[in-house]
Design a protein around this ligand. Structure first.
Ligand code: G3P
Ligand code: MG
Length: 246
């Protein structure tokens, strides 16, 4: 029988959903993440012209739709007419941009969500809106909020200290580990080191590593003892994490 100590303690996050198998930040990618038995989906969120929180990574829609305009140029209704699946494969023709709310409804009770609030400047109401949706759907246990903008995380904690937050950093400068506004750090995998993981753990902060797509980098993250691997390929990550445990 498989016992708990035989299983890897490292969790797996499907980056923008299982974006190796389906177009990123779409419901299809969320469904694949469920199939792949990931622990979390990571999604990027922005705001439409009419203030709806929706999924999307880039500043422009060009890469995923061919249209070189930002999400904020459109209302939610207008965005629904834009195909963000075909660029990935014809099998996903007609995939559209989901709202955060429908993504939460889909994930509730099934998979955790890492909501990355994209940096839309210091005056953005996005943190308030994200906290409000987490409260509305009672998903504090299931959601974490991350951002490259520290003040967004501080705002989340101000609104609701129970929401867990992660600071996304590309390199480990400064003493982020001591801040009460942060529960974990989300670090570019090439910057993860043993010393850094130890330093974070000493302060009680977990370490998530992104975006870990090669087998050798997955092995390295496993060896260094990170707590969560963010990858486009959750199935490959699991194979590697569980290899010696089997
Ligand atoms: O969650 C961390 C990771 O998603 C950061 O990179 O650019 O894919 O949002 P990016
Ligand atoms: Mg992201």
């Amino acid at each position: 029988a498989i016992t708990a100590d035989m299983l890897s303690m490292i969790q797996i996050t499907a980056h923008r959903g299982s974006s190796g198998k389906a177009p990123e930040n779409t419901m299809a990618a969320m469904a694949k993440a469920l199939d792949d038995l990931a622990d979390y989906v990571e999604i990027d969120v922005q705001e439409t012209k009419d203030g709806v929180v929706v999924l999307g990574h880039d500043d422009s829609l060009k890469r995923v739709s061919g249209i070189n305009r930002p999400i904020s140029f459109y209302t939610f209704e207008e965005l629904q007419k834009i195909d963000v699946g075909t660029w990935f494969s014809a099998d996903f023709q007609g995939e559209r941009i989901p709202s955060l709310e429908e993504t939460m409804e889909f994930c509730k009770g099934r998979i955790n969500i890492n909501i990355e609030i994209k940096d839309l400047g210091s005056g953005s109401r996005l943190p308030d809106k994200v906290a409000e949706l987490i409260d509305k759907h009672q998903m504090r246990e299931q959601c974490v909020v991350t951002s490259v903008r520290f003040s967004y995380l501080a705002r989340i904690k101000e609104l609701d200290p129970e929401i867990r937050t992660g600071y996304i950093i590309s390199a480990a400068y400064g003493d982020y580990y001591s801040s009460d506004d942060i529960d974990f750090i989300s670090l570019r995998s090439s910057f993860v080191s043993e010393r850094l993981v130890e330093a974070a753990h000493e302060k009680g902060k977990a370490v998530h590593a992104w975006t870990v797509n090669s087998k050798s980098e997955m092995e390295r993250m496993k060896m260094l003892g990170v707590d969560n691997i963010i990858t486009d390929y959750p199935v490959i990550a699991r194979e590697i994490l569980y290899r010696e445990a089997a």
